[in-house]
Structures are given as structure tokens and as C-alpha cells.
Design a protein. Structure first.
Length: 179
């Protein structure tokens, strides 16, 4: 995912703008067909131009949402949870966003933007929270069952140890009774 983000950031300002406009145009065209609006080509072009900026920013959030999921999921699975997951995965992803904006300062027609880092951070936050919620609802019941099984095994082991001790005491007492 970092490579994909880096590749998009390496596009010139013109190429990036054209890509955003093309995506916006396809969205408006699709909406026109589905909603049966009957818009003229110039109306579609105008509407595509209007939504280009929000589409670009939603793309930023989506990229970093996916990055946060791909970074935080392995951490969660291997035991990093709670605030530490938020801090570690968040710092990695937001740090990458800062580096990516710095990288854009070297690309023709592009420049760094603190606003974009903020938008990226929103995507990161929602990505990490999605991992936490999904893993908690999917993995937590399995962990609870495993803890319950281990508790039951410890309890059963204590019962067996107690029974062995009682048998030992009974044998010991029985052997003294014979004399």
C-alpha cells in the first residue's frame, strides 16, 4: 500500500489532476445513468469538475484507511492492542503521510500540504478503529473460549492433584492401621 501511495504522489500535478477528473467524470456519468437524470455532456463535465476536489480528498482518506488496516491488523493479531496499537500504527501511518507530503515537494506541479496530512490522519484513525472493532468482535470470542478452556484445565488439574493427595493419605493411613 505504501508503494501505491508513493506512486500516486510521484505523478505530476497535471497527471494527478487528470486522474481525479477522470474518476469524477466516471462517477457523475454512472450517477446520471443510474438515476436517469438525462444530463447533457456539458452538465456532466461541470458536475465532474465540481466534485473533483472532494473525490481527491476522499481518495486520500481511502488510501490511508487501507494503509492503516494493513499496518495495524498484524500488530493486533500478534498482541498489540489498545492505546499501544493506536500509537504505534498511527505513528507509522501518519509518519508516512508526512514523508509522502515532503516527497510531493519534489514533484512537478505538486507541493506539501499540512491539510492533506490531516485528511490522511482521519483515514488512519478510521482504519485502526475498524481493525480494533472487527478483531474485537471476531477474535475476542475465540480468545474468551480459549481462556475458559485453560481455566477449566487448571481447575481439573487441581482436582486431580487433590484426589491423588487424598488417595496417598488414605493409603498411608491404611498401612498404619494394619500394625
Amino acid at each position: 500500500m505504501m508503494y501505491v501511495i508513493f506512486s500516486f504522489s510521484a505523478q505530476s500535478g497535471t497527471d494527478s489532476g487528470n486522474l481525479s477528473y477522470t474518476v469524477s467524470h466516471k462517477i457523475v456519468t454512472f450517477g446520471n445513468i443510474v438515476l436517469q437524470k438525462g444530463m447533457e455532456d456539458w452538465e456532466i463535465d461541470e458536475k465532474a469538475y465540481e466534485i473533483e476536489y472532494p473525490v481527491r480528498k476522499i481518495a486520500h482518506m481511502t488510501e490511508y484507511f487501507i494503509l492503516a488496516v494493513t499496518v495495524s491488523l498484524p500488530f493486533y493479531v500478534y498482541g498489540l492492542r489498545g492505546i499501544w496499537l493506536m500509537l504505534v500504527a498511527g505513528l507509522i501511518c501518519v509518519g508516512f503521510a508526512c514523508g509522502d507530503e515532503y516527497h510531493q515537494s519534489f514533484v512537478d506541479g505538486r507541493g506539501p500540504s499540512a491539510k492533506d496530512v490531516g485528511i490522511d490522519s482521519i483515514g488512519v484513525f478510521f482504519g485502526i478503529m475498524t481493525v480494533r472493532i472487527c478483531c474485537w468482535t471476531v477474535l475476542a470470542p475465540a480468545r474468551m473460549m480459549e481462556r475458559s478452556r485453560r481455566r477449566w484445565e487448571r481447575k481439573r488439574a487441581k482436582q486431580r492433584a487433590h484426589e491423588r493427595e487424598m488417595q496417598r493419605r488414605h493409603r498411608k493411613r491404611g498401612s498404619w492401621d494394619e500394625y
